[in-house]
Design a protein around this ligand. Structure first.
Ligand code: PXP
Length: 249
């Protein structure tokens, strides 16, 4: 049997975090998205948070209008966000839990406890031809609830797997693998993400039932380190050229 293709969604939120720290336009998350696509990303993910701490409304419309790969909008299940999603019409929406004071998405959605609210949400997005995924813990009860509210896709939270080590990490990996297989068996497309690094991605990528990974923070940190050499060399060159022009006048 041929192996299923594993897509990579690159989350560009933290390019916006750096941009916003100075209040200007640089670095531009849209330019980062384009670079990620050139390098092999199969899609771009961006989280429009209620407090707009990184990605802003304008980034979402610019991404939709300028990238040539699918846009996956992460958002909380709020009335404000659904109106934005229906207006912008990204290819996909991933519904995540959101707490104002958290540093990043902590834990998965409790789909079981919010069934009727989420059903309505998922239905409205699906009617607009938007693929909906629910970000959940790797747990069969949440998977069943996700299917019951009409989601076609789930994204399994890999945060605990990444944050632990030794036997705890192995147990969490097992939980993710079992959940991915179960998702596949009950007809849900299975994605995974959160906290993945070069060190932790391998075992998750080898789970055949997982067809998409969404990765952001680690990639942006790596890009800063590995891209620094190129940026510093270019700055050195621009400075030296300017000085030598001045010397020859
Ligand atoms: N998937 C979901 C649903 C997320 O909320 C996030 C974080 O925004 C990610 C994936 C990416 O996580 P990280 O930035 O840790 O790679």
């Amino acid at each position: 049997m041929s192996k299923r293709f594993l897509r990579l969604g690159v989350n560009i939120d933290h390019v916006a975090t750096v941009r916003n720290s100075r209040g200007g336009e640089h670095p531009d998350p849209i330019r980062a998205a384009q670079k990620a696509i050139v390098a092999g990303a199969d899609g771009i993910t961006a989280h429009l948070r209620e407090d707009r701490r990184h990605i802003r409304d304008k980034d979402i419309t610019r991404l939709r209008d300028s990238i040539k790969k699918p846009l996956n909008l992460e958002m909380a299940a709020t009335h404000e966000m659904i109106e934005i999603a229906l207006d912008v019409k990204p290819n996909a929406v991933c519904i995540v839990p959101e707490k104002r004071e958290e540093q990043t998405t902590e834990g998965g959605l409790d789909v079981r406890a919010n069934k009727s609210f989420l059903s309505e949400f998922v239905e409205r997005l699906c009617k607009a031809d938007i693929r909906v995924s629910l970000f959940i813990e790797p747990c069969s009860k949440q998977l069943e609830a996700a299917r019951n509210v009409g989601a076609a896709v789930v994204e399994l939270h890999t945060g605990r797997y990444c944050d632990t080590s030794g036997v705890f990490r192995r147990e969490e990996l097992e939980r993710i693998e079992q959940a991915a297989i179960y998702a596949d068996n009950i007809g849900l497309e299975c994605h995974a993400g959160h906290g993945l690094t070069f060190e932790t991605v391998g075992p998750i990528a080898s789970i055949e039932a997982v067809v998409e990974l969404n990765i952001g923070h680690f990639l942006m940190g790596e890009a800063m380190i590995t891209g620094l050499e190129h940026a510093v060399r270019k700055m050195r060159m621009v400075m030296d050229e300017a000085r030598s022009r001045k010397d020859s006048t």
